[in-house]
Write a protein that binds this ligand. Structure first.
Ligand code: AMP
Length: 289
């Protein structure tokens, strides 16, 4: 991948970021945005590549957002690798890295939030209360600071992509949301920063999540009972060595409402979240009917 000759710019304050974005707007340059929490892998880098294909300038934010972690979740231990991230983004020719300070994102007395009712309450929202409120609030803030034309999100976090799309529509944010297919290891495991928590044994078990979802997506497409499919998937994951299975759910691919046995919707998705050791893995697969 040839590096661009322009050096990467680094911003850590919202004012600097917005001033730069406005200068792009004056020059009629299109601005693509990839929000991340860092510890970048090939999944994140694919978002950057997709952004570079259609935007004159690409900004990547790195911010481990404390407000999307529950009190018993892994905020403190979430992997952070600034030097590595920076090198990866520079070698791709990223134009801007924006890493806002937590104190500026959430100054004392901060008390405003964005909540996406319904869509944000299901699945991940049920098992991680407050998660989507944290995500939507930080993404909304970042959109107001970066003022992008387009923003790129991975289908790995399928519900998050839908929640962001809904927020943008509901609040007229004027940002085009682009979904990018999930990037996987050769064995099918969805790339994720949290895969770093897996032991060698767990790494051998982890790809079973994707295999199970693919198998059961095919079964639904062939007319199998949705209840049976969901139960069988849970059994398979338990037998493979997963711990608690938070959910395996066949849903409408837009509303994420549970699919009915008699559903005539052509657009379904099977989504799952399951624990393996201290890692909570999520994945999802489209159902082609
Ligand atoms: P994160 O740093 O985990 O907040 O993720 C930042 C962005 O990268 C989100 O839009 C994720 O959906 C996306 N992402 C994470 N893993 C992958 C993957 N394996 N394939 C595609 N996109 C991904």
């Amino acid at each position: 991948m040839p590096a661009k000759s322009k050096p990467c710019r680094f911003f850590s304050s919202a004012d600097e970021m917005r001033d730069f974005s406005r200068s792009l707007q004056m020059d009629r340059q299109s601005h693509g945005f990839v929000p991340t929490m860092g510890n970048l892998h090939a999944g994140h880098l694919e978002l950057v590549r997709q952004a570079q294909k259609t935007c004159d300038c690409v900004t990547v934010s790195i911010f481990v957002n404390p407000r999307q972690f529950g009190p018993n979740e892994d905020f403190a231990s979430y992997p952070r690798s600034w030097e590595d991230d920076r090198a990866k983004l520079e070698s791709l020719g990223t134009d801007v890295i924006y890493s806002p300070e937590a104190g500026e994102m959430y100054p004392p007395g901060f008390s405003s939030h964005i909540e996406i009712k319904g869509l944000g309450d299901r699945l991940e929202g049920e098992f991680r209360p407050g998660f989507f409120k944290g995500v939507a609030t930080v993404v909304g803030k970042l959109f107001m600071q970066v003022e992008p034309d387009k923003a790129f999100f991975g289908e790995k976090d399928f519900q998050q992509l839908l929640v962001v799309r809904k927020m943008v529509r509901d609040l007229n944010m004027g940002v085009e949301i682009v979904g990018v297919p999930c990037q996987r290891d050769e064995n099918g495991l969805a790339l994720s920063s949290r895969n770093a928590y897996l032991s060698e044994d767990e790494k051998r078990i982890a790809p079973e999540l994707y295999r199970t979802l693919c198998r059961e997506a095919e079964a639904v497409a062939e007319g199998a009972s949705i209840t049976d499919v969901q139960k069988r998937a849970v059994r398979r994951l338990e037998q493979a060595g997963f711990g608690k299975i938070d959910y395996v759910a066949v849903c409408d691919a837009e509303s994420l409402e549970p699919a009915k046995e008699t559903s005539t919707s052509r657009l379904l998705r099977i989504l799952a979240a399951a624990w393996l050791g201290r890692a909570r893995l999520i994945d999802n697969v489209a159902i082609h009917q």
